[in-house]
Design a protein around this ligand. Sequence first.
Ligand SMILES: NC(=O)c1ccc[n+]([C@@H]2O[C@H](COP(=O)([O-])OP(=O)(O)OC[C@H]3O[C@@H](n4cnc5c(N)ncnc54)[C@H](OP(=O)(O)O)[C@@H]3O)[C@@H](O)[C@H]2O)c1
Ligand SMILES: [Zn+2]
Length: 408
Amino acid sequence: MRNADYMRRCFDLAKKGFRYTGQNPIVGAILVYENRIIGEGYHEAYGGPHAEVNCFQNVRTKDEMLIHKAKLYVSLEPCSFHGKTPACSTLIIKKKPVAVVVGCLDPNPKVSGKGIEALRQNNIPVQLGILEEEAKSLIKKFKINHFQKRPLIALKWAQSKYRYAGLRDQSIWFTNQYSRVKAHQLRGQFESIMIGVNSVILDNPKLDNRLGIGPSPQKIIIDPRARVPIDSQMLSYGENTIVISKVQAKTTDSSRCKWIQISDDSWNWNTIFRRIFQEGITSVLVEGGPTLQTTIIKEGLWDEAHVLSSKHPLQHGIRAPKVEGRRLDHVTLADDEYLSYRQRIGLVFYEVSKPHPTCIDYVLVIIFWQTSTCCATDQRYSLRLHCFASARIRQHLGFEHRKRCDYE
Ligand SMILES: NC(=O)c1ccc[n+]([C@@H]2O[C@H](COP(=O)([O-])OP(=O)(O)OC[C@H]3O[C@@H](n4cnc5c(N)ncnc54)[C@H](OP(=O)(O)O)[C@@H]3O)[C@@H](O)[C@H]2O)c1
Ligand SMILES: [Zn+2]
């Protein structure tokens, strides 16, 4: 097998941790000796052992003497600092595999490159950049959490053949049982699930994960004027639900409901998602309705979209949202279709030298996936232009000045 095949195995292992690693990146690692995987592991839970530690620990006793002859594959650069757990680079240096193959560097400027440097200084050869683009996109949630201080935001909706998502006064069901399982599988992958108050009133959903693998997500209702019915299933059934509102709490059973008030002045999607992140929530699946999703799309605040498209003939009512994104997946589910998209824009911050004491010293550069062109220059005119874009977009998205951190 080739390096790339082994790295793909690391990616598959890493993905198992998606729902549980919180703000940490998902990482997978394997040890290979003479084309045989003798150990594998992944970062299973926030605060728990890292992928490399689990990988070494999972080597069978009879294979332990092969570790120093084996190659270690890891999807992300091994850490070089003592955080909640000891540094993985120290452990690797102790175990001394013949070589280490790394998917991509840690994007955190404080640690980036240091893990690899430590290995090389201890005479362990390192090969960097195997399936680098895939390795980078694997840690997308980590980068969004770490650099933007907000959760990863995914939209999910079902639509009719003519791209309608519902009626104003009546609940309607579009999709088949396979789509329903797919929808529940998605719920199992996200820490939280968000819905607008109109959808609560009309559909009265439970919003749990009854058919997919994994736990049910934390439920969140966006309800600016406190219209949510106290006896709705989301407030009276199952676990705690968060209600985000502009006004004071309705009298609810406080053990079932956490009421978060955001003033009218600071009410915008950026504040709402940052507030959710402060609750320790690192991913949100926005299930509707279309009003909620359309306003999020307008603000450019979505990262993924998951669309279940049916043959239902509805051709009036509320229009389904529309995204312009890079298509990730397209699966046929009997007479339904599942499509997923990723936001096309990547944002990169560059530090530039200050041409004038009053000039802002960071520029925001926008890279479009399609063209991969970079519109940054250090000429005075461009600099001003991009600073303007930077300020405007930062205002929307709540970015802060940073040194060369990139986000995919
Ligand atoms: N096809 C699907 O996948 C799907 C999924 C869910 C729901 N639906 C359908 O969609 C329909 C309901 O959708 P909807 O678009 O009318 O309502 P919705 O998105 O569920 O809720 C809209 C309400 O949420 C509040 N809200 C949303 N965005 C806001 C923002 N940016 N700022 C302030 N408040 C905001 C407002 O409440 P206030 O008016 O109180 O200010 C607004 O009226 C139903 O027919 C439902 O069955 C379809
Ligand atoms: Zn580590």
